[in-house]
Write a protein that binds this ligand. Structure first.
Ligand code: UD1
Length: 382
């Protein structure tokens, strides 16, 4: 019996874990391997809209364990996850731990596993913004440095890992599992009356709109930066509605800085609660334009062929610029206005292996590895 523990903690993790678990189940069945998969939710995100809704919509099994760590400073949150996850590993003794992405849960659980001698597979390894002021960059560097299997989405990630000296045999170019999820759910998402719900489609006519998300500390944790972004958006808001599902962190900053009036319907900015995966996918696919500081949305807009302005000075996902529809824009008025004037409709192409089958390739790599190393490691009692 092979036992694999999967870790999910925050919203962007859930759509990555789903195809990996599903594909592993199928691949194990094909190989006649007995496989137990244990899903651990760290509880880093805990609001219904940030968590439970995703499990329901993506058909993810309910977590076997919830560590309920909740919010806190980076040290507190990471420390709490490590303390609680270690106990799970000691009790369950898995053959492998699979972590995805770059959130605090990713690095915390990878550290625990590696120190107990349990092999770690990192899905979405090798992404680098080269900006060490981003907490996610630290999480990526630390996780990749100790992972046994580095599963990468694109050639840039592979180059980054090679440059850092990762053993070549640990690197596997598998494609993008998040795109598996997008392809699987797109038709269903598009069938939902989401535009009607937001008053963006009437009598079969869709009103042009921009979809925006914003949550990076660099953009929302300083009043002057957030205010400038709001003022620029208010100008765009004269031409088209800006639909803005606000992350809890952003919502609280807007209130705290007294910027509710700026980010408001009066300025063409329609704020709403964080949305489910299917609703958000529908809104991305139908948008004229996406404005974001998220990581994954840069990839999703590339596949959907929707122009994306990323309000950041750098990206860990350069393939979305070289091959996709993404552009980086500083979050100041002049840069945003210039970028808006220059956008065209979906010129991008699809990066290699973003084909809906990345999960299957991940599953084969993991099972091959366990086949070659698992029995040996267990026999050695590590
Ligand atoms: C985390 C990830 C980030 C990812 C983002 C997606 C890290 C370092 N960052 O950032 O990479 O892009 O998730 O959303 O792991 N809160 C709630 N309810 C929730 C979750 C959070 O109210 O369900 C509030 C809390 O006040 C919390 C704040 O949002 O302090 C920030 O949450 P946190 O998980 O610390 O980081 P994110 O900004 O969400």
């Amino acid at each position: 019996m092979i036992r694999i523990v999967h870790v999910a903690g925050a919203r962007p993790n859930f759509m990555k874990v789903a195809p990996v678990m599903e594909s592993l189940g199928q691949a194990a069945g094909r190989r006649g391997v007995a496989l137990e998969q244990i899903l651990v939710h760290t509880g880093q995100h805990y609001d219904r809209a940030m968590s439970d809704l995703f499990f329901e919509q993506l058909g993810l099994p309910r977590p076997d364990v919830n560590l309920n760590v909740g919010s806190g400073s980076h040290g507190e949150q990471t420390g709490r996850i490590m303390e609680r996850f270690e106990t799970v590993l000691i009790e369950r003794r898995p053959d492998m731990v699979v972590v995805v992405g770059d959130v605090n849960s990713t690095v915390a659980c990878a550290l625990d596993a590696r120190k107990l001698g349990i092999p770690v597979a990192h899905v979405e390894a090798g992404l680098r913004s080269l900006d060490r002021s981003m907490p996610e960059e630290i999480n990526r560097l630390a996780t990749d440095a100790i992972s046994d299997l580095l599963l990468v989405t694109d050639r840039y990630a592979e180059e980054n890992l090679r440059r850092e000296g990762a053993p070549p045999e640990s690197i596997h170019f598998v494609g993008n599992v998040m795109i598996d999820t997008l392809m699987k759910h797109k038709a269903h998402a598009l069938s939902l009356p989401v535009l009607e719900q937001f008053g963006l489609r009437r009598d079969g006519h869709t009103q042009p709109y921009a979809l925006m998300t914003l949550h990076r500390p660099a953009n929302v944790d300083r009043r002057d930066v957030l205010q400038e972004i709001g003022e620029t958006l208010a100008e765009l808001g004269r031409d088209m509605t800006i639909l803005f599902p606000a992350h809890p962190r952003t919502r609280s900053r807007i209130g705290q800085y007294g910027l509710d009036g700026l980010f408001s319907e009066a300025n063409g900015i329609r704020r709403c609660e964080p949305l489910g995966y299917l609703e958000f996918l529908n809104l991305m696919a139908n948008a004229q334009l996406i404005l974001t500081d998220s990581g994954g949305i840069q990839e999703e807009s590339t596949i959907l062929g929707v122009p994306c302005l990323t309000l950041r000075p750098n990206t860990e996902r350069p393939v979305t610029i070289s091959e996709g529809t993404n552009r980086l824009v500083n979050p100041d008025r002049r840069s945003i206005a210039a970028a808006l004037a220059g956008i065209g409709k979906g010129s991008g192409s699809v990066p290699p292996l973003w084909d809906g089958h990345a999960g299957q390739r991940v599953a084969e790599v993991l099972l091959d590895y366990l086949d070659a190393n698992g029995a040996q490691a267990r026999a050695a009692g590590t």
